[in-house]
Design a protein. Structure first.
Length: 277
């Protein structure tokens, strides 16, 4: 009887000891998990408080990885052409030409008249493998596109407001002036201001459409095979390499996108191999 009682007590003590050790391990694991979570939260909080000056400082001391991390964190608070431009420079210096082009394109989308962005974009594009000859356009179309892209959507909108106010002033001069010369001046100026008001609004709408549609993308994969159908079994048409700019023609599928090039070539690529500008 004593042996049975002794065995039962030993079993109970062993069970309690194991349970206590397991509890301690769980508490230790929980403490580690909490510490890890706190560290992640502290890091994210720290990145949320970074400034552009810190990113610029990291770039100047050639710490491009830190600069990229800081600029990416800044973009979480909103898009800005200067941040995209600096991010593109950081990627270019770190040797990632495709992402440099991507961010230069994003910067140029927000500030199309910036010559520094355009110059750096051309330098980065010169390092890409694929050389595509675009289909020739009528000179008037090319000239119009250049005119639209010389200013941003905000700039065109501001000019539109200015010309509209001048239109109102010209109208007032035409309707309320008693002298025929002033009436003629008001009429002619009104017509000119009306034309410029319409053009500025049309150009602003075109720029806004570019910003909202975002139907251009950059190839980020080292190389991608463009296929005739949205499937790996589709016929191979041609190969594109990183940094190539494409236009998304069909965006309805999640895993595949139909793209086109400036020379008219069309095909399907995996969505994971491109990133929208």
């Amino acid at each position: 009887m004593k042996k049975i009682v002794f065995f039962a007590l030993a079993l109970m003590i062993s069970f309690l000891t194991y349970g206590q050790g397991d509890t301690q391990r769980n508490m230790a694991g929980g403490a580690d998990s909490i510490a890890h979570t706190r560290a992640e939260f502290s890091a994210s909080k720290q990145m949320s408080n970074v400034t552009k000056a810190e990113g610029d400082s990291a770039y100047m001391r050639n710490d491009f990885a830190a600069a990229i991390q800081i600029y990416e964190a800044l973009l979480q608070n909103g898009e800005a052409p200067e941040i995209y431009y600096n991010l593109g420079n950081s990627y270019y210096k770190s040797g990632d030409i495709a992402r440099a082009i991507l961010n230069y394109e994003r910067a140029l989308l927000l500030s199309p008249g910036n010559t520094d962005i355009r110059a750096n974009l051309e330098v980065a594009q010169a390092k890409t493998i694929d050389k595509v000859t675009p289909i020739p356009e009528i000179f008037f179309v090319t000239w119009t596109k250049s005119l639209i892209n010389c200013l941003s959507v905000d700039a065109w909108a501001k000019y539109g407001i200015v010309f509209f106010l001048l239109l109102l002033a010209s109208s007032a001069l035409f309707f309320f002036s008693k002298k025929m010369r002033l009436k003629k001046t008001g009429f002619i100026c009104g017509l000119v201001c009306l034309a410029f008001t319409v053009l500025c609004n049309v150009f602003a709408a075109q720029q806004k459409s570019e910003l909202t549609q975002r139907n251009k993308a950059i190839i980020l994969a080292p190389s991608v095979t463009v296929r005739s159908t949205p499937s790996e079994s589709g016929t191979s048409l041609f190969v594109l390499h990183e940094g190539r700019k494409v236009e998304i023609k069909d965006n309805t599928m999640r895993e595949w996108k139909e793209i086109s090039l400036e020379d008219g070539k069309v095909g399907w690529v995996p969505a994971s191999d491109i990133e929208v500008i």
